[in-house]
Ligand binder design. Structure first.
Ligand SMILES: [Zn+2]
Length: 224
């Protein structure tokens, strides 16, 4: 499968890389493979076409990875029920932790980093349910995408203008800046996909955290 060969390898061995695909060409998901409509006006969200562990090393809760630490079968745009969702809602990110039990505690999302820290985007169209400061999550945004699908974005440095409860957002709309607020030990985005019904006694804590790597790929040619 085509993937961006390690940039460092190509930089060091330019001649050897001459016949390989340009990392720039395959680095991000082409526009036509993203959902139609609002995304065209959404600005600068360019989802990674492939996802690698940060530093090309083992990370906690890692999904299946190849020998070079690329996530196997990575799907950058997925279907969560009826909702088309970005799997990693920030540009040029690597994976610093996966979903699941970690140090005997549940890790309800995945951790993504970029250097430098970048803008965090809405993974799908929706309505902001929460945009507030939480002890653990820090500056946190929770979005309702309809169909019983929600996403959470935590540890933000700050919220983007207009991100407040009740505000509508489009696919790839900026919602804040990657940061280290709350109980984060490094600058990163903690990103959760949640399903269920928010209108329960526990609110977002009554939703079901889902593994972002387990959903089927969005097929823009399938029609809708
Ligand atoms: Zn996390």
């Amino acid at each position: 499968m085509m993937r961006p060969l390690g940039a460092a390898i190509c930089l060091g061995l330019l001649a050897a890389c001459a016949s390989t695909p340009s990392p720039v060409e395959v680095r991000t998901v082409p526009r036509e493979a993203l959902p139609a409509g609002p995304v065209a006006a959404a600005g600068t969200f360019q989802p990674n076409a492939y996802l690698r562990s940060c530093g090309g090393i083992y990370v906690t809760n890692a999904p299946p990875m190849d020998d070079d630490f690329w996530v196997e079968g990575y799907k950058p745009v997925i279907m969560v029920g009826p909702v088309v969702l970005a799997t990693a809602p920030a540009n040029d990110v690597c994976l610093s932790s996966g979903f699941g039990i970690r140090s005997e505690r549940r890790h309800d999302g995945i951790d993504l980093q970029s250097v430098p820290p970048g803008t965090v985007y809405s993974a799908a169209p929706g309505t902001i349910l929460e945009a507030r400061v939480s002890n653990g999550y820090g500056n946190m945004v929770l979005i309702d995408h309809g169909g019983g699908v929600y996403t959470r974005y935590a540890h933000l440095a700050y919220f983007a203008d207009g991100i407040e409860p009740g505000a509508k957002v489009g696919f790839g709309q900026p919602i804040g800046m990657m940061g280290q607020s709350g109980n984060a030990t490094a600058i990163h985005l903690h990103y959760e996909i949640l399903t269920g019904n928010y209108n329960n006694p526990k609110g977002s804590k009554g939703l079901n955290p889902r593994d972002p790597f387990e959903f089927p790929a969005y097929d823009p040619d399938a029609g809708s």
